[in-house]
Design a binder for this molecule. Structure first.
Ligand SMILES: C=C(O[C@@H]1C=C(C(=O)O)C=C[C@H]1O)C(=O)O
Length: 101
């Protein structure tokens, strides 16, 4: 390995990290819409069945990609927990809005 090679690998890593951040931002944009819809329709923030299906799907994808399924599950859990806390905040903000009636 040369210094040059290390620089190129690190540059690839930086590009990949940029893509991850951008994809996460996209995902949070979509989940924000879901959160608004749930608050408006009085649907609970957590959908455990949906989460179970997502974990199953992601674990399978991880295995196919040669990644540790446990790591991918922890990663997804972290994201979903953040989404659910956003959904609760959206819902609680809605409740705090004074009713016009
Ligand atoms: C986004 C949703 O809300 C929650 C967050 C999820 C997610 O981040 O993927 C999945 C299920 C729900 O617990 C949803 O119900 O689809």
């Amino acid at each position: 390995m040369t210094d040059n090679e290390l620089d190129r690998w690190r540059s690839s890593i930086d590009n990949i990290d940029t893509a991850i951040v951008s994809l996460l931002a996209e995902r949070f944009k979509v989940t924000r819409e879901v959160g608004k819809w749930k608050a408006a329709n009085r649907v609970t923030a957590v959908d455990a069945d949906r989460e179970r299906r997502q974990v199953e799907r992601l674990r399978a994808l991880a295995s196919e990609a040669g990644l540790d399924p446990d790591f991918l599950e922890r990663f997804l859990r972290l994201i979903i927990d953040e989404v659910v806390s956003h959904h609760r905040a959206i819902r609680d903000d809605d409740f705090e809005t004074p009713s016009p009636f």
